[in-house]
Write a protein that binds this ligand. Structure first.
Ligand SMILES: *Cc1c(COP(=O)(O)O)cnc(C)c1O
Length: 404
């Protein structure tokens, strides 16, 4: 059982007021809040051992290098990667996807096919479109149904020997749908295609096992996992990471440099050019430890309770429609009030201290599917409460009264 009141003590920001009201933070799908242990880790780094890594022989540099590599191990264990050097620390999901999308340029030719899902975040659409422009490959889309679920029989018919890559998120940030990635990966491998899973939205709720999934690539951002912004990971199978060319040139990623020829460093350094976000990487490790101490099963079952409660309460409001009604979803509720623009509702709700997101959630194709400009999205985390959901319901009712 999760003691939410005790957990809330770990998050200093939850004590603040917004517009004179206690903050209700329901924008967790955009970024999560930061527990004190992670804040302490950051303060400790800059107060006691801030130094550049992998270069210096001096004590501070060695301490910083050790802490950074310990964090990489923590991340490796969390995702159950076979090797620590399969964990590339990046600036986040977007950066990770771009490393792979750019790296595939030389592996694709005209007429090859890439499959993406209709439920993607823009960061998992645009890099592939750019890859198609460079190579002449063709982008195919797995469509979705009204509930926000992928049409897996269409996926089956899209797969063929031209399919080289398949990309999908594990969980949709706009609707909360959990996609059947085990099946997606298995079927892609049957035609010899590689699979990248965007785990930005799943990692806050599910502990992924990249070996059991047999994912070729798995990417995520620390800032949705109680960690800081500007850091994330690219997991890749060793064989793939060895095959892919480096993304950026610079310091840290080389073995030897002369003006005639440069040889690249081995993994993971080949993909970590320049000074990385050292403090961020260390804090990412601390955030995973914090969440693992609570336990992902405990987190998921509590968040499910919030999802059920929130869905029931919101649907009691007449004229409210929820988008994303799959049985398999996480604690994201995307909704609209009949004939009212989502932005107007968001503005009123904010006046009452409640942070929700309004708009297309970087997933415009999903909004086009439903023929709506956007939604109001409330996304719950393990530090939210049912009382906060009650406050949201009251605020939405108030907005409805004022706007209709
Ligand atoms: C947030 C998110 C991204 C982008 O993550 P960044 O940290 O902004 O790079 C990509 N995909 C999904 C599903 C997301 O939720």
């Amino acid at each position: 059982m999760l003691d939410v009141h005790k957990i809330r003590e770990d998050f200093p920001i939850l004590k603040r007021k917004v517009n004179g009201k206690p903050l209700v933070y329901f924008d967790n799908a955009a970024t999560s809040q930061t527990p004190q242990v992670v804040i302490d880790t950051i303060v400790d780094y800059y107060s006691n051992y801030n130094a550049n890594i992998h270069r210096g022989v001096h004590t501070l540099s060695q301490e910083a290098t050790d802490a950074y590599e310990v964090a990489r191990k923590t991340i490796q264990q969390h995702f159950n990667a076979k090797h620590a050097h399969e964990i590339i620390l990046t600036s986040g999901t977007t950066h990770s996807i771009n490393i792979v999308a750019t790296g595939f340029t030389n592996f694709l030719s005209k007429g090859d096919e890439i499959i993406v899902s209709a439920l993607e975040h823009h960061s998992n659409i645009v890099p592939w479109q750019m890859l198609c422009e460079r190579t002449g490959a063709v982008l195919k889309v797995i469509p979705m149904n009204e509930d926000g679920e992928l049409l897996m029989d269409v996926y089956d018919s899209l797969l063929c020997d031209k399919t080289k890559l398949v990309f999908t998120n594990h969980i949709s940030n706009a609707l909360g749908t959990i996609n059947p990635i085990e099946e997606i990966i298995e079927k892609a491998h049957k035609v010899g295609a590689a699979v990248l899973i965007d785990g930005a939205q799943s990692c806050p709720h599910i502990k992924p096992d990249v070996q059991a999934l047999d994912a070729d690539f798995y990417v995520a951002s620390a800032h949705k996992l109680c960690g800081p912004t500007g850091v994330g990971l690219l997991y890749g199978k060793e064989e793939w990471l060895n095959k892919l060319p480096p993304y950026q040139g610079g310091g840290e990623m080389i073995e030897q440099v002369t003006f005639e020829k440069t040889t690249y460093a081995g993994l993971p350094h080949k993909f970590e050019a320049g000074t990385p976000n050292i403090c961020g990487g260390i804090a990412f490790g601390a955030a995973l430890e914090y969440m693992n101490n609570i336990g992902f099963d405990t987190i998921a079952s509590y968040e499910n309770e919030l999802l059920e409660y929130g869905t029931k309460k919101l649907l009691e409001i007449e004229g409210l429609k929820i988008y994303g009604t799959s049985e398999n979803k996480t604690s994201v509720i995307s909704f609209n009030l009949e004939n009212i623009h989502p932005y107007d509702v968001g503005t009123i709700v904010d006046k009452l201290g409640i942070a929700v997101r309004t708009g297309h959630h970087c997933a415009q194709p999903i909004m086009d599917f439903y023929k709506i400009p956007g939604t109001i999205r409330a996304s719950f985390s393990f530090y939210n409460t049912k009382e906060e959901i009650d406050a949201l319901v009251e605020a939405v009712k108030k907005a409805k009264m004022m706007l209709s």
